[in-house]
Ligand binder design. Sequence first.
Ligand code: AMP
Length: 292
Amino acid sequence: MADLSSKNLKLAIQKEGRLTEETLEFLRKAGLEFESYKQRLFSTCKNFPLEIIYLRDDDIPDYVASGTVDLGVVGQNILYEERPKVKKLLNLRFGSCSLIIAVPKESAVSQIKDLKGKTIATTYPLSVKYFFKKNKIAVNVVRIKGSVEIAPALGVAQAIADLTSTGSTLALNDLRILTKIYESEAVLVANRKILSQVSKKIILEKLLTRFKAVLSAKNYKYVMMNAPQNLLPKIRKIVPGLKSPTISPLAKQGWITIQVVVKEDVFWQTIEKLKSLGVSSIIVLPIEKTII
Ligand code: AMP
């Protein structure tokens, strides 16, 4: 049974929605052990002083700002829209999406200035109004809570502004993207006061170390490969690695096996260069955590 009056840190996450699965997976990767199932309102971590509270995602910023909970995981989009007084601590690298403006495929609108005097339906009215104000284009913005994509077909609006990740819902509704307002992903936010409470800050720092270890592991892959020993100087230039690579001799005369950590963003270029050098049997493994 969770004890919400305890000194444990309280972290609010989305109860049911797009961010839920990935948030739970992220917390588990950080080594936190807890039970969770759909009907649950909160969980106590078994191995860390943390309570997880399941809430509607658009309520999370207010709960964090007021100090009802100490921390929250929400989409950056909600921070842009609600501008709550919370401190953003980390980008969590999941829940990626963009707030875009779209018009019906057959619309004559080809650039944002063509939207002057037109109506735009959205769940994010403040973000949209701010965008058009910055671009000095006068538009009408109507707030719709769900199924925004259908607004043009219903004649409610000539354009929409909505979140998208794959674009498939837009395509299904015969809409085409005109422009992007911003990109978003899940973020960790904190109540501003807990940062000055020593006991909470100590727990928070431990939690952040775990979260950062999961995040930095995402940036690297562990690569094992076999190569003739004389290629080693060239391989070293291609993959300098986190520190120095681990090298061991193979039973085959003049051959070695090399284990090295490669950065995700240059991963494919690195593998292609290695292959063209004549490196063989390349095995790639994900890294769970890096604590440097
Ligand atoms: P939902 O569960 O639909 O309320 O979405 C929760 C959050 O998921 C949003 O606030 C966004 O931060 C994020 N998200 C990621 N991809 C999408 C997407 N394609 N559409 C809507 N929200 C998305």
